[in-house]
Design a binder for this molecule. Sequence first.
Ligand code: HEC
Length: 200
Amino acid sequence: MKKLGLPIALLHMTVAFIVVGIVAFVCADYENEKNDSRHLTEATISVWDVKTSGGPKSEFKDPWNSNADLLKIGEAAFKQNCADCHGSGGMGDGPTGMTMTPRPRNFALATGWKKDRKVSNIFETLEKGLEGTAMGSYAGLKLDEKFGLAHYILSLGPRPQSDTTADLNRVGIDPSQPGGGLGPRPEIPIDLAIELIAES
Ligand code: HEC
């Protein structure tokens, strides 16, 4: 029985080698697969995709143009998210807004706006907020809520300015695509997202 000691130890070592080999092989394969999918996603997404929020696709073909349904969606979202500061009629006189300096924008007036009164600019303000002010980002709202809000608050004041294709493109809207080409983003690895934002 004693004689068997050495061969059994050898057998254990061989088995251990085989196990380590299999694990290393599987890991290397996984790394390769990860790299492959990275190449694919890198080619199909832009930096804007990473920076803007997801949310379901628009229900409308051209949500940058106003319609009665979008106005209704906008009015409901306004009451829920904005009226406390901007006031129920959008005149910058909500209960919280009254305590602020500067006061929230009065949407009934065309004066005092930081950006031109255009759908594209309001869409951008909702995505990013106005830096250094109490106006925060509402990127988490649904896509049609953002468009609806833009149309609704513009409807409270004088006739707004029209967007050019370049204006829409600037904020990531492609008017040649249904819904502006906006919608659920392809999922990408978090490290790639950080890389893309850092490069931009
Ligand atoms: C916490 C208070 C607060 C809330 C809530 C709020 N805002 Fe504002 N908003 C402000 C203030 C304050 C300003 C003015 C900032 C300035 O002029 O410096 C502003 C400015 C704006 C502007 C003007 C941008 C420009 O170009 O001048 C728009 C558009 C706007 N808000 C839309 C909205 C919408 C839509 C909502 C709801 C989704 C909302 N805000 C919610 C406080 C708020």
